[in-house]
Design a binder for this molecule. Structure first.
Ligand SMILES: Nc1ncnc2c1ncn2[C@@H]1O[C@H](COP(=O)(O)OP(=O)(O)OP(=O)(O)O)[C@@H](O)[C@H]1O
Ligand SMILES: [Mg+2]
Length: 491
């Protein structure tokens, strides 16, 4: 592939990469960004770039020819050119002899509309195609493992995910490999599942502060959800069934090796937690004992079959969209990230639908913890980080060690914590009842326990790697609350 040193005229690209919030350190910190390949599409240059230090990590950066420091996605002229290229099934040759292959059957482009997707790894814009809203998603990382376009083509007729309308790929001449660059799909009206949950828990606090018992406050706050959440659970079960029908079976999970890796990760993280002097020694010790205890117990009973099967791969509350309708919520799951089975890495690519549900419920617990801490800090006039840390200490049976935690504040904190835990427990039960039918003991199944442990390890690793003390404190507390033997400490 031809490698071009960035000409001075591309200083625009350098400043784009410096200013944007998405480039990793490899691009932002590099003084040597290289354009590896490029093509011209209407008003835009479609660039394939990498830093000289990590040439294997390639990025797709469409920029406007007239304004090289502006990303093109979201500009009507660019979105129009992409949609027209799909309609024409254009095979666009690139400077280095490769091809960008457009495909699809979109309606004629009218306009690009304002759209704020929140923080996103990729570039998203909202396009009006003959009066119907669509999303154009351009992948910034060039990665043959990005499978969303492929998955939507398989799944979209089932109506449980976005309707596929078109896509485009970077096709390398030498290898024939196809790397997804972008996707066009129908916009799903509505909002994501965290919104009704936020409304519900927010409506609980005034009831609780008005003197109601926690159980009573939870019941009142969830009145509007009790019919809908089991339907969300059923929807997810049907989604998994459809995914398995369309993708076929996945390999068995190599349990022994999976457990060995989990053990290694528990050991590494335990060392990190033990060395974390932000918390009293007794608290750190309690967390490490709880983590290793859970690993040992789940491992001891792991010799039963584990459920394998394709999973969404990145399920969290905001990837479930819902729209209110006469007959209840209409649901749609977005951002399908089902990993491909990788014979070279059977453990890393092992998958089970339970991983999705575990991840979703962890998302619920973190959401609840964040809401509780935020509300408690506001109510008590305390600092949010300090409140979060203090709840961890109390959960470990350790007295608060920062000023201001009077007995009455602690009592109020416990009461709010109790209500938040009940609220989350009830949401969990409603979702699981829908997913699994009548509640069974499968949350005690070793596979479930190990998946949940892995998710917690992942969250903690991430929090430590990104120096997120607040989130680490939440996760450490959840370790204690989930895994501490009854009777130990305060919880
Ligand atoms: N079909 C859709 N209908 C409505 N909103 C959507 C749709 N697709 C995406 N969005 C909005 O855009 C956001 C980002 O979309 P998506 O999660 O697919 O992007 P992503 O770049 O893969 O994000 P992430 O970094 O979270 O993986 C969604 O959380 C949602 O708010
Ligand atoms: Mg994504």
């Amino acid at each position: 592939m031809t490698v071009r040193q960035l000409p001075t005229a591309d200083l625009g690209l350098t400043s784009l990469l410096r200013a944007a919030d998405w480039p990793g350190e490899d691009l932002r910190g590099s003084a040597h960004v290289q354009i590896l390949d490029e093509a011209t599409l209407g008003p835009s240059r479609l660039l394939v770039v990498a830093s000289r230090e990590s040439p294997g990590t390639r990025y797709f950066v469409p920029v406007l020819r007239a304004e090289p420091a502006r990303e093109a996605v979201g500009h009507a002229a660019h979105d129009r050119a992409v949609v027209e290229a799909m309609r024409d099934r254009l095979a666009l040759p690139t400077a280095a002899g490769n091809v960008i292959q457009f495909d699809g059957d979109p309606a004629p482009f009218r306009d690009t509309r304002p759209f704020d997707p929140g923080w996103s790894t990729n570039a998203l814009s909202l396009a009006d195609l003959d009066g119907a809203l669509h999303i154009h998603k351009a992948y910034r990382r060039i990665d043959a493992d990005t499978r969303e376009a492929h998955l939507l083509r398989l799944m979209h007729r089932g109506g449980r995910t976005q309707r596929w309308v078109g896509d485009y790929h970077y096709v390398e001449r030498a290898t024939g490999r196809r790397h997804p660059l972008g996707l066009l799909y129908a916009y799903a009206e509505g909002d994501s599942l965290d919104l009704p949950l936020r409304h519900s828990i927010r409506s609980m606090w005034p009831i609780l502060h008005g003197g109601a018992e926690p159980a009573e406050a939870v019941a009142a706050a969830q009145r509007g959800l009790t019919g809908e959440l089991p339907a969300v659970g059923r929807f997810l079960r049907d989604f998994h069934t459809e995914l398995a029908d369309r993708l076929g079976p996945t390999p068995m999970i190599p349990v022994r090796e999976y457990l060995r890796q989990t053990g290694a990760r528990v050991a590494a993280l335990s060392a990190r937690i033990s060395a974390d002097e932000r918390y009293p020694r007794a608290v750190r010790d309690a967390v490490v004992v709880a983590l290793t205890g859970e690993l040992d117990q789940a491992t001891a009973s792991a010799g039963v079959p584990w459920p394998a099967g394709p999973a969404h791969g990145d399920l969290h509350l905001s990837h479930i969209l819902r729209q209110e309708s006469e007959g209840g919520w209409q649901l749609c799951v977005i951002d399908l990230s089902t990993p491909a089975a990788d014979p070279a890495d059977p453990v890393g690519s092992a998958q089970s639908p339970w991983q999705d549900i575990v991840a979703l419920l962890r998302g619920l617990d973190i959401f609840t913890a964040d809401e509780f801490v935020h509300q408690a800090a506001m109510r008590l006039g305390t600092d949010q980080d300090d409140t979060c840390r203090t709840v961890l200490l109390i959960s470990a049976g350790h007295p608060p060690d920062t000023p201001g935690w009077t007995p009455s504040r602690i009592t109020a904190l416990r009461r709010m914590h109790d209500a938040a835990s009940r609220w989350a427990g009830q949401v969990r039960r409603l979702l699981l009842t829908g997913y699994a039918g009548p509640p069974e003991n499968w949350q005690e199944h070793p596979a479930w326990r190990i998946f949940r442990l892995r998710r917690l390890l992942h969250e903690l690793d991430y929090a430590y790697a990104h120096d997120q003390h607040y989130h680490a404190a939440i996760n450490l507390r959840h370790v204690l609350q989930n895994y501490r033997p009854a009777g130990a400490g305060e919880n």
